[in-house]
Design a protein around this ligand. Structure first.
Ligand SMILES: CC(C)(COP(=O)(O)OP(=O)(O)OC[C@H]1O[C@@H](n2cnc3c(N)ncnc32)[C@H](O)[C@@H]1OP(=O)(O)O)[C@@H](O)C(=O)NCCC(=O)NCCS
Length: 112
């Protein structure tokens, strides 16, 4: 969770362990990431993502995926931060992204 100086909540992110045979190379899942629109594009999303990555690394989780929406304008954010697209068996893209190396991601994101 991220707050301003007055304690107003500006956004949050949630990660959880992931274990599914469809994507065996990923062991963490970014379940949610959200910031109030007025606070977009100020680096706060990068900070939140870095926080999730470091929390996972501290738990021995070294990779992470997310299941989003192929049309989400936020996909540019994931791609700017090094996520690769995950494709379905039929080659379609449904909005899934993955980071195979959370150390690399953490290095791209400042400490919160
Ligand atoms: C996704 C989200 C958390 C990004 O947060 P943010 O604080 O705006 O992102 P940042 O300012 O940290 O951006 C980090 C990098 O990603 C890039 N980026 C951010 N949003 C982008 C967008 N919509 N399109 C393309 N690139 C984007 C930025 O250019 C930035 O790189 P740079 O500043 O080094 O050039 C925010 O847009 C959001 O809450 N969106 C709505 C909720 C949502 O769709 N969540 C996903 C489903 S749960």
């Amino acid at each position: 969770m991220i707050e301003d100086a007055r304690g107003e909540q500006l956004g949050f992110a949630k990660g959880q362990p992931y274990a599914h045979p469809d994507q065996p190379e990923y062991d963490g899942e970014l379940n949610k990431i959200y910031l109030l629109r007025a606070h977009h594009r100020r680096g706060l999303g990068r900070m939140l993502l870095g926080h999730v990555a470091r929390r996972f690394l501290a738990q021995g989780i070294g990779s992470m995926l997310l299941f989003g929406d192929a049309q989400n304008p936020s996909n540019g954010f994931y791609e700017a931060l090094g996520a690769v697209r995950l494709y379905a068996a039929n080659g379609e893209f449904h909005g899934g992204y993955g980071w195979r190396d959370l150390k690399k991601l953490a290095a791209m994101c400042p400490e919160a």
